[in-house]
Design a binder for this molecule. Structure first.
Ligand code: MN
Length: 709
């Protein structure tokens, strides 16, 4: 039986005198016509569901737009009604709200998501409910569907809906403070998911309740009279707790059914906050308290805005009872969340209150981190506005920061997927990898086994995970380049000292350099962290480097002039390379360029990799000036924040003959210290040796020259 709009209009105008009854009636007739001929699983006309949802919203005393949305919420999905038609008939607000509910209904939630996945789903639903009323209508819709769940014949469908309700919708209701809806959703889902357990709790409850039934009114009367002794005006009500809340307590406190003692809860309503605390004091003076049960949610409200005092006492006739003490306003809020908050404020402050101010407040409550004033738009729920949630082909939900691209998604699934991705299909359409993702997108990443990360990805990826993986890959690429440079330098050095260079000989000496492969020695030399002369010395301890070098210069004098930075007598132009700015004392290499003369690079400069195929262009150059005796150098050092780390740093430096002249603590967090370290060292090579030893130290996270690039 569908009936007419009259009962809805009657109930609603009781709290909303400004209700446009004709508009509500029109929505009723419109929805009824749209669903004409459709039937629910119960056999009833489909539209009875829409009316029921509207009634649930009226219980929450919601506004006209919400109730109209409830009447029309399934018309776009299940009938052939367009959003444009809703816009024409009922205006943009209703059309948008129905659109929002339709989108939420289309999100396919996995049958049993992990708890992290469930949280992602909840966030997705919140993120998609740009207007909080969308969420309220959806929760009311789910509530009625749970009430009629027994008519669904397939047990697996019942289970899926119940699990979804328990994992997603009940926690959402809790988060926005809809305690009544939350309790109902939980208990109805509990009945499907764990019917036997619920049944045994019910049986036990009934047994205990046979006494309690008589007890509840008696206890309530006694509590009331105890409070009236000290002139506290109050009303006391009692009830049995719900099976699901008892089960949850049994689980979290690991108690058995036999230990189940406190099944009764009492509520004391008093006129104001002061009386709340007075009532609490009076109860505590008269009854022994149960340890660990006192909670002051008035001074520290719950995240969803809930306020109340809770305590547990061994009350009248030695019954363990739970007591909640609150004002009527707190109570309304506790039952209906911010919807009730709004009503209360509305009544209190009259027409001056912007109609949807409560929504802003709700948004503030919903968001765990940000305050309400960050969201000043009216009914916009800009929640999780800094995140997007997208689906994998398997239906897993992945949460990413707003602005994240397909490449971020690929890396979030797996580094391997990120490194080999070549394309993406979003909602079935081929798109570019740089495409920004949107909430609810279905993402399919295309990979090729020989694909490689590309340097330009670094420009658009948003997540740290993708960024660091791409950088790691590019760095590994650079090591390959450095090792080519290093090999060239080593070969050149060996040539100058008339020693044959054989990789195999070097391979037997890798351990002496603290590495495991010859390529790593090459890379150390190429990056200027190891002098090629040390390699020569290692393989040919007999070589007198200084003497040999002089002879070599003499011999080579005619073919390749020994270039010096200052006082060069051959007339060749010498330029200091702009890319690396070598400093006096640093290892340098000259590259001969026809028409330009010689450009001097720091050993380790990446530009040198361009010349590894042309060894004939490499010139030996050196600084003419003597090295200064002691020079000052600055190191930026990051140490792990552990006992002994700084002492270890100082020990290492002095063992190497360095001298710490100054030490500044620049930054400190629970994990790391950052120090600027001023050192006196003999020369650049000495400093490098110190850096190398520091890098090997277990406390040192990173160390580098303060002025190096
Ligand atoms: Mn529905």
């Amino acid at each position: 039986m569908i009936g007419t709009a009259d009962p809805l209009i009657q109930r609603m105008s009781a709290y909303d005198p400004a209700l446009d009854a004709d508009r509500l009636k029109h929505a009723f007739e419109f929805g009824k016509a749209a669903h004409d001929g459709q039937v629910r699983a119960s056999g009833e006309p489909y539209f009875t569901h829409c009316v029921a949802v509207a009634n649930i919203l009226i219980d929450m005393r919601l506004d006209e737009e919400s109730v109209i949305t409830a009447l029309l919420h399934d018309t776009v999905e299940d009938c052939d009604v367009t959003l444009q038609a809703l816009d024409d008939e009922f205006g943009g607000d209703v059309a948008q709200l129905v659109d929002g509910v339709t989108k939420l209904s289309r999100i396919a939630i996995q049958s049993s998501p992990s708890s992290a996945q469930a949280e992602n789903f909840r966030k997705l639903l919140l993120a998609m409910s740009e207007d909080v009323r969308v969420l309220l209508v959806k929760l009311a819709d789910r509530t009625h569907n749970m009430r009629t769940l027994s008519f669904i014949r397939k047990p697996e469908k019942q289970l899926r809906i119940a699990r979804e309700t328990m994992d997603i919708y009940a926690p959402l209701a809790e988060r926005i403070g809809l305690t009544q809806i939350q309790t109902e959703l939980e208990d109805s889902a509990f009945e499907i998911l764990n019917g036997e357990m619920r049944q045994s709790i019910m049986t036990r409850l009934q047994f205990l309740a046979s006494e309690a039934e008589i007890l509840i009114p008696t206890i309530a009367v006694e509590l009331q009279s105890i409070l009236e002794v000290v002139d506290i005006e109050c009303s006391v009500t009692g009830r049995l707790k719900s099976p699901y809340s008892i089960w949850r307590k049994m689980q979290s406190k690991a108690i058995t059914m036999d230990q189940l003692a406190d099944i009764m809860a009492f509520r004391v309503l008093v006129p104001n906050i002061e009386d709340c605390y007075r009532a609490l004091g009076q109860l505590h003076q008269n009854y022994p308290t149960v340890m660990g049960r006192f909670k002051d949610y008035i001074s520290t409200p719950k995240r969803n805005g809930y306020r109340s005092l809770h305590t547990g006492v061994l009350g009248p006739q030695n019954n363990r009872i739970e007591v909640q003490i609150r004002t009527p306003e707190m109570h309304e809020f506790a039952e209906n969340g911010v919807a009730a908050h709004w009503n209360y404020k509305h009544v209190q402050a009259g027409a001056n209150v912007p109609k949807f101010k409560w929504i802003q407040e709700l948004v503030g409550l919903l968001d765990e981190e940000a305050g309400a004033d960050e969201f000043l738009e009216h009914t916009k729920m800009d929640l999780y506005h800094d995140q997007v949630f997208c689906f994998t082909p398997r239906g897993d939900l992945i949460g990413l920061p707003k602005g994240a691209t397909a490449v971020d998604f690929a890396y979030a699934v797996h580094t391997q997927i990120g490194e080999t991705c070549v394309g993406v299909r979003i909602n079935g359409k081929t798109r570019q990898l740089a495409t920004e993702l949107e909430n609810g997108d279905q993402i399919e990443i295309l990979t090729a086994h020989d694909a490689k990360p590309r340097a330009e990805w670094e420009n658009f990826v948003q997540t740290g995970r993708a960024k660091s993986a791409i950088r790691r890959y590019l760095r590994a690429q650079r090591v390959t380049e450095f090792s080519r440079i290093g090999k060239t330098l080593i070969e050149k050095t060996f040539r100058e000292h008339d020693r044959p260079f054989r990789s195999r000989a070097l391979a037997s000496a890798v351990a002496a350099f603290g590495v495991s492969r010859v390529e790593e020695i090459f890379a150390l030399v190429g990056e200027d962290r190891l002098s090629p002369l040390r390699v020569l010395e290692k393989l040919h301890p007999d070589v007198n480097i200084d003497q040999d070098a002089q002879e070599a210069r003499k011999r080579n004098g005619s073919r390749a002039p020994q270039l010096k930075i200052r006082g060069d007598n051959t007339g060749t132009a010498v330029t200091i390379a702009r890319c690396c700015h070598p400093l006096p004392g640093e290892s340098i290499v000259g590259i001969f360029t026809t028409g330009k003369g010689v450009t001097v690079h720091k050993v380790g400069c990446a530009t040198l990799s361009k010349f590894t195929d042309a060894p004939e262009l490499w010139m030996d150059v050196s600084w003419e000036t003597d090295r200064p005796r002691m020079v000052s150098a600055k190191l930026v050092t990051v140490l792990s924040n552990e006992p002994g780390s700084l002492a270890s740093l100082a020990t290492v430096i002095s063992q190497q003959g360095g001298n710490i002249s100054n030490l500044y603590l620049v930054d400190r967090n629970p994990d790391f210290f950052q120090f600027d370290l001023e050192l006196e060292v003999k020369d650049v090579e000495h400093m490098r040796a110190i850096i190398a030893v520091l890098q090997a130290n277990k406390y040192v996270e990173s160390v580098k020259r303060a002025d190096s690039d």
